[in-house]
Design a protein around this ligand. Structure first.
Ligand SMILES: *Cc1c(COP(=O)(O)O)cnc(C)c1O
Length: 378
């Protein structure tokens, strides 16, 4: 059997070890050190705005949790969240004892529908409670309609949190995803565009808020000689060893984005002129996706086959592909939550498939994938 082709495997550059060795040589293993400082500064510079501050954390999930805490979300509060996403976007709402209000997607970006969002806000206010925060996601690297969504957040004075876990390097109107909201979050999990094996970051626009995030992430120790605490803290800081991997990965981030975009072009060519298969692409020049994963939507009525037929054919050749995310309002664990919208996210889940998209996907890999896909389309 040929080697397995994974959906989105880690891609080391060879530049990581020098930073890790430095951590070992200086014995700055954890919980702070020059790699953490450098990784944060590198991301801040990459984001390209003078007033964005980055706190590196143990995961993207931890970053969302801290964003909610820093937004004042507490027990019984309501938090609006995109339904079409990975569960990590929504779980921290429950950590805070708050209630998620899920929102459908729109068809162009597959992300939060601004119309459904505004209807939901109006309805929640009418029912007596204004939501405390909005979590919008840039899924698969595609920027959401973030201009419209931040206008709505501003109009109703609700904190905006951007889950850019899959969208580092993606831009809307030239501005990086994760820098539009009051908070942005990134993930460096093993499957993301760059990885620290596990890790994440919180982006804010105020130095004091970053400092507060770091304080909470390091057990909330008051300034005192002895251990004294006046708030509940967390153990959420990124280790200096893992930040070393991140420093090495930052050196190749743009190469990774370029490879993923080339993958997307490859699939565009494969499916060019195929009726009933749509490859997920930017709708106009305002959107620049890192194309973290290349995805297709299959209209079985037209093609005569469905996403499961393709997935199983790929699997037989030891090639991994996956259905799109199952929306949160369809998840057993969130079955009692409110939902606003129609069946767009639900339909995407039924018809969609993510194809192998690693930045280390080779030309021979692509030929293997193409051979399977051609069984369906020729
Ligand atoms: C990966 C991911 C997260 C969580 O990040 P972790 O670092 O794995 O905790 C959150 N949201 C989305 C959309 C993700 O894809």
């Amino acid at each position: 059997m040929s080697n397995r082709i994974w959906l989105s495997p880690p891609h080391m550059s060879g530049k990581e070890m020098k930073y890790i060795e430095k951590a070992f040589e200086t014995n700055w293993i954890a919980p702070q050190g020059s790699n953490v400082t450098k990784f944060e500064k590198d991301i801040e510079e990459y984001l390209g705005l003078h007033n964005r501050y980055v706190a590196c954390l143990s995961s993207g999930t931890a970053a969302i949790h801290l964003a909610l805490i820093l937004s004042g979300v507490d027990k019984g509060d309501e938090v609006i969240c995109q339904s079409f996403t990975f569960s990590a976007s929504a779980n921290p709402i429950l950590y805070q004892g708050a209630k998620p209000i899920f929102i459908d997607s729109e068809e162009e970006t597959w992300n939060m529908c601004p119309l459904a969002l505004e209807l939901a806000i109006e309805d929640r206010i009418k029912k007596g409670k204004k939501p405390k925060a909005i979590i919008v996601v840039h899924l698969y690297g595609m920027p959401a309609k973030i201009g419209e969504i931040s206008n709505i957040a501003e109009k109703y004075q609700i904190t905006l949190i951007e889950d850019a876990a899959e969208a580092l390097g993606s831009k809307f109107k030239g501005q990086q995803c994760g820098t539009y909201g009051d908070f942005g979050i990134l993930s460096f999990n093993g499957n993301k565009i760059i990885t620290t094996s596990g890790g994440g970051a919180l982006i804010t626009n105020k130095k004091e808020i970053k400092d507060r995030a770091v304080f909470l992430a390091t057990q909330a120790r008051d300034t005192a000689l002895h251990y004294q605490h006046s708030t509940i803290g967390y153990n959420y800081r990124m280790s200096n060893v893992l930040a070393g991997i991140g420093c090495g990965q930052m050196e190749v981030l743009d190469d990774h984005i370029n490879s993923r975009r080339v993958n997307h072009c490859f699939y565009q060519q494969v499916f060019a002129n195929v009726n009933g298969i749509k490859i997920f692409s930017e709708t106009n020049q305002d959107y620049y996706s890192n194309h973290w994963l290349s995805c297709i939507v299959i209209d079985e009525q037209v093609t005569g086959f469905n996403r499961e037929n393709i997935r199983l054919a790929l699997e037989r050749e030891n090639i991994e592909s996956k259905p799109l995310w199952k929306p949160m309002h369809m998840q057993p664990v969130f079955r009692n939550s409110f939902y606003y919208g129609g069946i767009i996210a639900e339909t995407l889940f039924k018809k969609g498939l993510c194809l192998p998209s690693g930045s280390n996907l080779t030309d021979p890999d692509k030929q293997r994938i193409k051979k399977v896909l051609e069984l369906f389309i020729t």
